[in-house]
Design a protein around this ligand. Structure first.
Ligand code: PMV
Length: 346
C-alpha cells in the first residue's frame, strides 16, 4: 500500500505583553490575565508533513530547524507533541516531519517560544481538519488552547492585533485556557503601534521563564502581584479604548518594572536587566520629558528593551533611537516591528 501524506504550513509571529503573565498553575494556566500585541516581523515559519507509517502506536517525528536536524529542540518539543497526541490520536499513525525557521536570529533574545508554539499548534489544527475531514468549530481558539500548552504566552500569538489571555471581570468571554482577540475594543492610536526591539544581550537567558514562573509559587509578594495585574488588566482595557497615551505609558512601564521586581525579590533572586538596559530606560524617560513625545519602554524576561511609540511619531522617534540608543545594543542589533496582522498559512 502506498503511503499517504498530509501537509500544513503556518507562519506565526511573536508578541509583546503589556500586562505581564508571570506565574502559572495546573497545565500552564495563568495566575493573572495578560494583554499583548502581536508583532509583524518576528515570525516562525513552520511546516508539518504527516506520512502514514506501519507502527501506529508511538509518537515518531523528526525536527529540522533552519534546515538542520536539531535534537535539543526536538527533545524540548516531545512532551508537547505527546500531550497533543492524547487529543489527536491520529498523530500516532503518521510519521511527522517538522521543519521550522525564524525570521530573526534564534539567539537574539527575542521570545521565540511564542512564535514557535503558535505556528506548531496551528499546523496540527490544520492537519487535524484534513485527516479527520471535519472543520474545527473554533479553529483559532483551539489553536490558542494548544499553543498555550507549549508555551503560555504563545496562546496570544494566534491572532493579530491586541489579545487578552486569562479570566478577567471586564470580559465574560475571557478564559484561562485560551486567548481572545480584543481589537474591537482598541482605539485607532494603538492600531499601528511601533515596537523597536533593542538587543542588549544575545544568547540564552541566565534563568529560563519556566524557572522564573516556578519561583512565584513561594514568592512573598505573589498574591499581591496577581491582584495588581488583575486591576491593571481592567485599567489597560479602559486605556486601550479611550486612547489615553499618558495613562498607557504609566501603566505599561509599571508592568515592566514590576515583572523585574518580582524576579529580584524571589526566594532565589535573579536580575535579567543589564547596565545597558538601565541606560536605555533612563534615556527614554529623559527624552520623553524633554520633548513630550509618547515614547515608552517595556521589557520581556530578559535584558532587551522594547521601545514603543505611536506610528504618528515614528518620523521623530526612530531616527533618535538609531542615533542615541542603538549604540547600547550588542553589535548594534535592533529589530523594527509594529502591531501585526497575525499568523498566515500559505
Ligand atoms: O510563555 P512563557 O512561559 O515563556 O512566559 C513568558 C512570560 C513573559 O514573557 C515574561 C511575559 C508575557 O506575558 O509574555
Amino acid at each position: 500500500m502506498s503511503a499517504t501524506s498530509y501537509s500544513a504550513y503556518w507562519e506565526s509571529p511573536s508578541n509583546i505583553a503589556l500586562v505581564k503573565y508571570w506565574g502559572k498553575y495546573g497545565e500552564q494556566l495563568p495566575c493573572n490575565p495578560s494583554i499583548s500585541f502581536t508583532l509583524n516581523q518576528a515570525l516562525s515559519k513552520t511546516s508539518v508533513t504527516a506520512t502514514t507509517k506501519t507502527n501506529a502506536s508511538t509518537l515518531e517525528f523528526d525536527f529540522e530547524f533552519e534546515g538542520q536536524a536539531n535534537a535539543a529542540f526536538a527533545d524540548k518539543m516531545r512532551p508537547f507533541l505527546q500531550r497533543l497526541s492524547e487529543d489527536m490520536p491520529w498523530m500516532l499513525q503518521y510519521h511527522l516531519n517538522i521543519q521550522s525557521s525564524n525570521t530573526f536570529p534564534h539567539s537574539s533574545g527575542i521570545a521565540s517560544s511564542a512564535s514557535a508554539y503558535s505556528a506548531l499548534a496551528l499546523c496540527f489544527c490544520s492537519l487535524h481538519e484534513q485527516i479527520s475531514g471535519q472543520a474545527l468549530d473554533m479553529f483559532f481558539q483551539t489553536a490558542s488552547h494548544y499553543a498555550r500548552i507549549g508555551s503560555g504566552s504563545a496562546c496570544r500569538s494566534v491572532y493579530g492585533g491586541f489579545n487578552l489571555w486569562g479570566t478577567c471581570n471586564e470580559l465574560p468571554d475571557s478564559a484561562n485556557e485560551y486567548a481572545i482577540n480584543i481589537d474591537d475594543l482598541v482605539h485607532p492610536v494603538f492600531k499601528h503601534f511601533q515596537d523597536t526591539i533593542l538587543i542588549v544581550e544575545r544568547g540564552k537567558k541566565s534563568v529560563s521563564s519556566t524557572a522564573g514562573h516556578a519561583l512565584l509559587k513561594q514568592h512573598p509578594f505573589a498574591e499581591k502581584r496577581f491582584n495588581i495585574a488583575q486591576q491593571q488588566t481592567g485599567q489597560l482595557l479602559g486605556i486601550l479604548k479611550s486612547g489615553d497615551l499618558a495613562a498607557f505609558i504609566q501603566l505599561v512601564e509599571s508592568e515592566a518594572y514590576m515583572l523585574h521586581a518580582m524576579m529580584m525579590t524571589s526566594s532565589t533572586p535573579f536580575m535579567l536587566m543589564k547596565p545597558n538596559t538601565l541606560a536605555i530606560i533612563e534615556k527614554i524617560i529623559e527624552h520623553r520629558n524633554k520633548t513630550g513625545l509618547h515614547v515608552l519602554f517595556t521589557l520581556d524576561a530578559g535584558a532587551n528593551v522594547h521601545v514603543l511609540y505611536p506610528e504618528a511619531e515614528k518620523a521623530a522617534i526612530l531616527p533618535w533611537i538609531q542615533s542615541e540608543l542603538v549604540g547600547y545594543c550588542q553589535n548594534e542589533l535592533y529589530f523594527c516591528n509594529e502591531v501585526g496582522k497575525g499568523p498566515q498559512s500559505k
